[in-house]
Design a protein. Structure first.
Length: 251
């Protein structure tokens, strides 16, 4: 039954509920001067959309996520559903790093800015460097963030190479990277499709990767490679254990 209901319910509930929660989150953020309430409202919004659409989320590895300091979650990206899923799966408050162009969209852009989302210039040059510096400052002040280092959604659901520029934030902030693998969202809503399907999603939270350990600091290429390897392993069904350290990539 849900395979007939989801294609209708998912976009309808998503749009209508966002029209309510978006402005409400903006107002709360303006009143409180914090994104905490906005984040909580986003969690309620995502749970509403996913549950009514027959999309169920299972999370593995929550204990791998540090809760006493900000981190950078590096996730694979195969569907627009990933954003909703992460609001349910990640055990700490976070902000998304978003391309600067999206902040120009009415309502959406205003809501994201009020909630503390971080705009990034992707064109390169001085503007890009400045946006990275500002983002690093926010992270050091305690805001965990989510990045999609593939740069765009995968068309076939397979993991793409990670762009090393995404890891400049980790180097500038000094915060650990937490790899995250999202399985199942491509089957629910692949890139280019407007028709969602019900299904099961599994989110696997990997081992933290320290940028600097025992006097050694990762380069952004090394950070990208080690993170990519962890995400690929988790997508293949190999669950994370222990803690990843820079020495592992020197071999």
């Amino acid at each position: 039954m849900m395979r007939f209901v989801t294609p209708i319910v998912f976009p309808l509930v998503g749009i209508v509920s966002f029209a309510f929660f978006g402005p409400l989150a903006t107002i709360c953020a303006r009143i409180t001067g914090s994104g905490k309430v906005a984040h909580r409202l986003a969690q309620i919004w995502s749970r509403l959309v996913l549950s009514l659409s027959g999309i169920h989320v299972r999370t593995v590895g929550r204990d791998n996520c540090p809760v006493d300091r900000p981190v950078i979650f590096a996730c694979n990206h195969a569907s627009q559903v990933d954003i909703l899923v992460l609001y349910q799966a990640l055990p700490v408050e976070f902000r998304f790093v978003v391309k600067e162009e999206l902040f120009k969209i009415p309502v959406l852009g205003f809501s994201m800015r009020a909630a503390g989302y971080i705009p990034i210039h992707r064109s390169g040059g001085k503007k890009a460097v400045k946006s990275l510096i500002e983002a690093a400052k926010k992270i050091r002040k305690g805001a965990s963030i989510v990045i999609f280092p593939e740069g765009t959604r995968s068309r076939d659901g397979r993991l793409q190479e990670f762009k090393t520029g995404a890891f400049m934030l980790a180097l500038k902030s000094g915060c650990p990277i937490v790899p995250v693998a999202i399985r199942g969202t491509h089957d629910i809503l692949p890139k280019g499709s407007l028709v969602a399907r019900p299904g099961e999603v599994e989110v696997i939270i990997g081992r933290p990767i320290e940028i600097s350990t025992k006097g050694r600091k990762l380069t952004r290429e090394e950070a990208a490679r080690l993170t990519h390897d962890q995400v690929a392993a988790m997508l293949a069904g190999r669950l994370p254990t222990g803690e990843a350290e820079p020495e592992q990539i020197a071999k």
